[in-house]
Design a protein around this ligand. Structure first.
Ligand code: SF4
Length: 79
């Protein structure tokens, strides 16, 4: 799978946690008032994370993007 960059826009995330319910390994609620992205070992990567998702992970991320009520999640191909 090609690499993708997932971003969270902290100013619009309202911690509705729809994304956390869909893909809890990637979207995590920590100390901040917005959701954070975690790597495969669970370490926070902040609001921007570039990695190579599996096909299933990619589907889950796209579902999370669609489920976010404030459109705080974006995904794009990384070059
Ligand atoms: S679904 Fe959207 S608003 Fe809710 S926690 Fe995830 S990014 Fe934030």
């Amino acid at each position: 799978m090609p690499k993708v960059t997932v971003q969270i826009e902290p100013s619009v995330c309202i911690l509705a946690a729809n994304c956390v319910g869909i893909e809890p390994k990637l979207f995590q609620i920590g100390q901040e008032p917005y959701v954070e992205l975690a790597d495969a070992t669970g370490i926070s990567q902040g609001t921007e994370y570039t990695f190579e998702p599996s096909e299933t992970e990619l589907e889950m991320i796209e579902e999370a993007v669609d489920s976010c009520p404030t459109r705080a999640i974006s995904i794009q191909s990384a070059t």
